[in-house]
Ligand binder design. Structure first.
Ligand SMILES: [Zn+2]
Length: 361
């Protein structure tokens, strides 16, 4: 090990201890999910030139990085990432979610030798926040942290990564079979008749027609959901989604398009001065209408997942959480403030803080 590596390792041990202590106080974090997940474009191939560092990776095992994971474009979930010998283990702060993400791709052979693709790359550093935020691309998602520690080293793809037996990319199971129309219809019907859809209707209004399934054309265009304003109807494609969270997010997104079609002037006023989405791979990048629908869906998610905020201390934590939504999808805070004034959220514990900046005691 080089002196530099030894110094870095020491700081990781200290970081891991600090993070372990910080992780003691568990709290509820919003559940997430949504669109676009081309994991192949996170590939960063590298030929294995030197095996000298083999074994060095053992020192990194167990080191932990705290931050927020946004999978498939869904709102961020607070948690920790730890490197294990099988991959990157994500654990949500509320303990409800644990998953193993790949660190490297499958072993590939070429004329020049064997290589493995890296599954972790640094997308960008956002310096508009109080502490610089590091955005890493992982398999099917983005991880945001202000203390990147070992992730920076992983993103540099040290040679020892090639010796890991990390799990490989695998296709996630979808909610229903791709041709199981009956199951898809039943899922959509249940969703639209539930309390979640009712909440959304009070904010965005209710479409004139019952929700349908995305047709062959929409599917070919890769759409998970569609809203057609001339017919005031929407369609969803659960056969292309991997979680209920993704289905719920898509519904909020499509209903937000309904609101957009009817409250254009109001929305234009709210939207003044909102920065564009920074990540070119996030849905809504470079498209104001899609960006607004994402911000509205993020805002609704934030409000619905914080209805149980009990104390001023919790409220302070939620205030920080909203910053992480805002970082990924600017405009979320503005939308959350606006929706907090709607009758649906009249008794929301964060309403006063969102609308006046003061925490109600
Ligand atoms: Zn859309």
């Amino acid at each position: 090990m080089t002196v530099r590596a030894a110094v870095r390792l020491t700081s990781f041990v200290a970081l891991a201890a600090a993070l372990a202590a910080a992780a003691g106080g568990e709290r509820r974090a919003p559940r997430a999910y949504a669109p676009e997940a081309a994991s192949d474009d996170t590939l960063r191939a590298r030929l294995v030139a030197a095996r000298a560092e083999e074994g060095a990776g053992a020192h990194f095992l167990g080191t932990m990085v705290l931050g927020y994971l946004s999978e498939h474009g869904l709102p961020p979930v607070e948690g920790s990432l730890a490197l294990s010998d099988t991959g990157l283990v994500f654990r949500s702060a509320d303990g409800r979610d644990q998953r193993v993400l790949p660190v490297v791709g499958p072993l590939r052979r070429s004329a020049q030798g064997a290589w493995r693709a890296s599954a972790v790359s640094l997308a960008y550093v956002d310096e508009t926040t109080r502490h610089p935020a590091y955005l890493f691309r992982l398999d099917g998602g983005v991880f945001e942290t202000d203390a990147p520690g070992a992730l920076l080293d992983l993103a540099a793809h040290p040679a020892w990564l090639d010796s890991l037996t990390s799990r490989e990319w695998s296709a996630e199971r979808t909610l229903v079979g791709v041709s199981d129309t009956a199951a898809a219809r039943s899922l959509v019907t249940t969703l639209m008749a539930g309390a979640y859809a009712d909440s959304l209707y009070t904010i965005f209004g209710r479409p004139a027609y019952a929700a349908g399934l995305v047709g062959a054309r929409g599917r070919a265009a890769g759409r998970l959901g569609e809203y057609v304003s001339s017919r005031d109807s929407l369609a969803l494609d659960p056969a292309r989604m991997t979680s209920v969270a993704q289905l719920r997010h898509t519904l909020a997104h499509e209903l937000a398009h309904r609101w957009q079609a009817r409250a254009g002037a109001q929305l234009a006023m709210l939207w003044q001065g909102i920065a564009p989405i920074r990540d070119p791979k996030r849905y809504g990048y470079g498209n104001a209408a899609e960006h607004q629908a994402e911000a509205a869906a993020f805002a609704v998610h934030f409000l619905l997942s914080t209805t149980g905020t009990a104390s001023a201390a919790d409220a302070a934590v939620e205030a920080a959480t909203l910053d992480h939504y805002e970082l990924l999808v600017p405009g979320t805070r503005t939308m959350a403030r606006y929706f907090a004034m709607q009758p649906l959220f009249a008794r929301h514990p964060l309403r006063s803080w969102l609308t006046t900046g003061r925490v109600a005691s």
